[in-house]
Ligand binder design. Structure first.
Ligand SMILES: [Zn+2]
Length: 95
């Protein structure tokens, strides 16, 4: 799932907004500082998001899925990833 949409309720109004979901527990990542991005070195466009509390289990799972293929699971903290993404589209990071 990773990037999805969810309804948020504000003052009687419902707004559907993009949200980052954990690929391990499928719950939204509410705080960027609590998130990571994982990817296989040979498939950098396939991104996997997770909470820091889910990262160890998710990492083991990703390694097991492709065990014997000689792949490496790379990781970045979510705030760094999002800041780099914003910079690459001409925007500054928002803290
Ligand atoms: Zn999680």
């Amino acid at each position: 799932m990773a990037i999805g949409y969810s309804d948020e309720h504000h003052g009687g109004e419902t707004v559907n907004r993009p949200r980052v979901f954990c690929d391990w527990c499928e719950q939204p990542i509410q705080d960027a500082h609590d998130g990571n991005v994982f990817w296989y070195h040979d498939r950098p466009s396939d991104l996997y998001f997770n909470h820091k509390r889910c990262a160890r289990y998710h990492d083991v799972h990703l390694r097991e899925v492709r065990s014997g293929e000689g792949v490496v699971v790379l990781a970045e903290e979510l705030p760094v990833f999002l800041s780099q993404l914003l910079a690459n589209v001409g925007m500054e990071a928002i803290e």
